[in-house]
Design a protein around this ligand. Structure first.
Ligand SMILES: *[C@@H]1O[C@H](CO)[C@@H](O)[C@H](O)[C@H]1NC(C)=O
Ligand SMILES: *[C@@H]1O[C@H](CO)[C@@H](O)[C@H](O)[C@H]1NC(C)=O
Length: 406
């Protein structure tokens, strides 16, 4: 009996407890709902008030702006235009981001493609008399230009007709042949021209300055790869004592003082190897628009991407790299875009990896307004467009004064 009594009381307690909970929960829910309701009400009221205030302000603005309507309209148009531009920029950024991630995923597939391009060649594909067989002959040669102890040979790709541009280089950075105990040798690489008057002038130029090399093929931009490999050929045959070779175009100004100091610092004993230093292009591919000067057909290059390669305005190589690239060119099928051929395909074939230019070693356009800043932060200034040519001598003066030269 005692046991039964004992078991009956807890049941009652539990029941009371449950009822209490239910009642309490119900109240709680009721309270909460009410609170939420009232707060929702408050918010709606607040929004309504805000809207009213906004409408009032807008009405006011409209009233005022009616007076200044033309001005106001113009201002708004400008604002909208700016907003649109901003949106465009943002949109384009987004597109770039998407493409970049896609490209990252593709890079191994692409690399395989280039390797296929490099390896899947017939013997007949490797019989180009210039880039593969290296049958270079020189119409003009200055074989002794590189005699002695040379730190850096600068090969300047130049159009035979561009006498003035060469002269501008000779008067500026090309005149610095010795600095900080190091010899610098600038040489112009030209090829054949049909025009005899021009040829005669080049012969005179070479006699006077002893800095012209002229190859036995027609000078044209579709033959630039011939010229580039000719430069490597010349180094192997007449300049294998140099520590470094720099390739530039004739619209490029080099801060030679900066270059020499950088090379001496990088390689005090001149024994640096495997050094291909440049502004690296990655995830680039051929231009497929038919009216583009650099248009490449699918049959010339079937893939959408190139391996990484150097921007051609300037790249720096330790001398062993020139030999590796030159040897590799025997096994790489001719391709007319010279930077891609030499610093992309041949480099991949030779196992040479491009190193990205560090800050302060890059390039900028030769804009007059920013000389002092640009000279401090770049090693190369580019006169890519004809209006920039006018700044050539001023740019050089800025470089000299930065290095406290006369
Ligand atoms: C390249 O040079 C070769 C040899 O002189 C010439 O036959 C060919 O027409 C040139 N190619 C172009 C596209 O100018
Ligand atoms: C330069 O060429 C000569 C003759 O071909 C060779 O004996 C020498 O080892 C070469 N030097 C270098 C640094 O490659």
């Amino acid at each position: 009996m005692r046991m039964r009594k004992m078991s009956c009381r807890p049941k009652l307690a539990v029941a009371i407890f449950i009822i209490t909970i239910i009642v309490f929960t119900h109240r709680l829910i009721f309270t909460l709902t009410t609170t939420i309701d009232s707060s929702t009400n408050d918010q709606t009221k607040l929004q309504a008030m805000k809207k009213l205030a906004k409408d009032e302000r807008l009405a006011q603005v409209n009233k005022i702006s009616a007076k200044f309507a033309p001005f106001y309209k113009k201002q708004m148009q400008e604002t909208y235009q700016k907003m649109d531009e901003l949106q465009d920029t943002v949109n384009s950024l987004k597109v770039d981001e998407v493409e970049e991630t896609e490209q990252k995923q593709d890079i191994n597939i692409d690399k395989k493609s280039y390797l296929r391009y490099l390896k899947a060649v017939n013997k007949a594909d490797l019989e180009n008399p210039f880039v593969n067989l290296h049958h270079y002959e020189y119409i003009l040669n200055n074989k002794k230009a590189c005699n002695g102890n040379v730190l850096v040979l600068v090969l300047i790709h130049s159009d035979p007709r561009k006498y003035n541009e060469r002269q501008m280089i000779r008067e500026t950075w090309g005149s610095v042949r010795f600095y900080s105990g190091a010899n610098i040798v600038p040489l112009f690489l030209l090829a054949k021209v049909a025009d005899k008057t021009i040829q005669d002038k080049i012969v005179e130029e070479s006699k006077t300055h002893l800095d012209v090399i002229q190859g036995n093929f027609l000078d044209s931009y579709r033959n630039l790869t011939y010229k580039c490999v000719m430069g490597l050929h010349w180094v192997q045959n007449y300049c294998n004592n140099t520590k470094f070779v720099v390739k530039v175009d004739d619209d490029t100004m080099i801060d030679v003082y900066h270059l020499v100091r950088f090379l001496l610092q990088k390689s005090p004993d001149g024994n640096l190897e495997n050094f291909l230093y440049c502004s690296v292009y990655s995830n680039q591919g051929p231009r497929r628009t038919t009216d583009d000067k650099w248009y490449v057909s699918e049959s010339e290059y079937p893939y959408s991407k190139y391996p990484p390669y150097c921007e051609g305005f300037a790249y720096i190589m330790s001398n062993d790299v020139t030999k590796k690239l030159y040897d590799a060119s025997r096994y790489v099928k001719f391709y007319w875009v010279d930077d891609v051929y030499v610093t992309g395909f041949a480099a991949l074939q030779a196992g040479v990896t491009q190193r990205k230019m560090e800050a302060n070693h890059g390039y900028d356009l030769m804009e007059a307004r920013s000389f002092s800043k640009n000279v401090q932060t770049n090693m190369f200034l580019l006169a890519k467009y004809s209006h920039l040519r006018r700044n050539w001598h001023d740019a050089w003066n800025a470089i000299k004064s930065y290095h406290k030269k006369e």
